[in-house]
Design a protein around this ligand. Structure first.
Ligand code: TRH
Length: 384
């Protein structure tokens, strides 16, 4: 059942297997799905995506039928990855283990029997830290088998794997028509309104922020995605807010959006003046949207996320005026510590015009780098 096409191997597209375990949330599958689609669409390879949990996948790609063990969507073969991994699964020429997930032993044994051996890539989490330059691309020979795994680490310079960026993404953003988008999302905001999208983990500081938004002079139109922050937003309003709810309070007009397909989320980022994002993939999408953003980093038990946040802030803020740097650092750190004050917000929003221009330039600089799918496809085209 899981054998590959009977086409002669010379005319077959290179085969790739991507393995993804959904640890938590949407980032793991979000990145793997984006990569899989891009590899098929832009690099002409055949991708089989193994995923252990199809339910979160179906939320960002509604064509996925979570009841099926095997299906094709947008040219990608999607397979449910269960404990009982098929022993007859033929390994691909390129094997991606996403975020250090553990490949099935029988599959690794079958990889070792192939000649030439497959390219084996461990696609790591994104980081702006300096160590990435020394570790990206390093080989890791298997202790027993004739296989070598290579580390691919997404990052922000040419000594990393880069960031995922579809070929047409910036052109799509440039063509984005806010006057067509907003009427389908509750109406075009009045001039001078600050349009904000909110995607974040639970955050005790949201009350202070919502309070500042409702009591300030400038109108705020806030679009909250159906995400974990909704619990905190609901607590502020004293009522369970669900997708579709719209509530006005002082200068704040807040609307809850349903969880949308991945492509539609890009449009939301393009439509807003300020985007609150979280995790890893939405951060990258906010960068490509070229609008000011605030990052709620995925918290880690050992506090490693704090160092990661600082490293990103240092890169992102490079070139801003000193007062704007201070405002961005203070606001982001307070948001991540769930300790935002109204003064943090005031200072941050006062620098928004400068931050907006700076973020466009930051985006444009990063767009000069090759995107991650190309870095990966080029690396895996070379003989092992
Ligand atoms: O969901 P996340 O918090 O994922 C996190 C991080 O990736 C983190 O690094 C990882 O360690 C942890 O999971 C286990 O945030 P992230 O990465 O932004 O992923 C969200 C995905 O969901 C992204 O692909 C955008 C997409 N999305 C939609 O498709 N529709 C939506 O409505 C929204 C809000 C997001």
């Amino acid at each position: 059942m899981l054998a590959r096409s009977a086409m002669p191997s010379s005319s077959r597209p290179q085969s790739w297997d991507i393995f993804c375990t959904v640890v938590d949330n949407y980032g793991d599958i979000g990145v793997c799905w984006r990569l899989a689609r891009q590899l098929v669409a832009e690099h002409g390879v055949a991708v089989r995506l193994w995923v252990d949990d199809l339910a979160p996948f179906a939320r960002l790609c509604p064509e996925i039928d979570a009841a099926l063990d095997r299906q094709w969507v947008t040219g990608v073969e999607v397979c449910r990855w269960t404990q009982r991994f098929p022993t007859d699964a033929e390994p691909a020429g390129v094997v991606i283990e996403a975020f250090a997930c553990q490949l099935p032993e029988t599959y690794v044994a079958a990889m070792a029997r192939l000649n030439p051996a497959p390219h084996w890539i461990n696609l790591e989490y994104l980081s702006a830290e300096a160590w990435v330059a020394d570790c990206h691309g390093l080989p890791s020979p298997h202790p027993r088998l004739p296989l070598t795994k290579h580390f691919f680490i997404p990052g922000f310079d040419e000594r990393s794997a880069g960031l995922l960026r579809e070929r047409d993404l910036l052109a799509r953003h440039a063509r984005f028509d806010r006057f067509a988008w907003w009427p389908c999302h509750g109406g075009v905001p009045a001039p001078d309104t600050l349009a904000v999208s909110l995607f974040a983990y639970e955050n005790a500081a949201i009350g202070v922020l919502l309070d500042a938004w409702r009591s300030n002079d400038r109108a705020v139109r806030c679009l909250v995605t159906d995400s974990r922050i909704l619990t905190s937003v609901s607590a502020f309003f004293g009522q369970a807010l669900t997708p579709g709810t719209r509530t006005e309070c002082g200068c704040l007009d807040l609307q809850v959006l349903p969880f949308m397909r991945q492509e539609a989320y890009d449009d939301l980022l393009a439509a807003c003046d300020l985007n609150f994002v979280r995790g890893e993939d939405s951060l990258v999408r906010a960068i490509w949207a070229g609008k000011p953003f605030v990052w709620h980093i995925y918290p880690q038990d050992d506090d490693a996320h704090r160092v990661k946040l600082e490293a990103f802030l240092d890169r992102y803020c490079n070139g801003l005026s000193a007062p704007a740097v201070a405002a961005v650092h203070a606001f982001w750190q307070a948001w991540n510590a769930e300790a935002t004050t109204a003064a943090d917000w005031q200072d941050f929003v006062a620098h928004l015009p400068e931050i907006a221009e700076h973020t466009r330039q930051f985006r444009d600089r990063l767009a000069q780098l090759p995107d991650l799918s190309k870095t990966l496809a080029d690396f895996c085209r070379a003989p092992v």
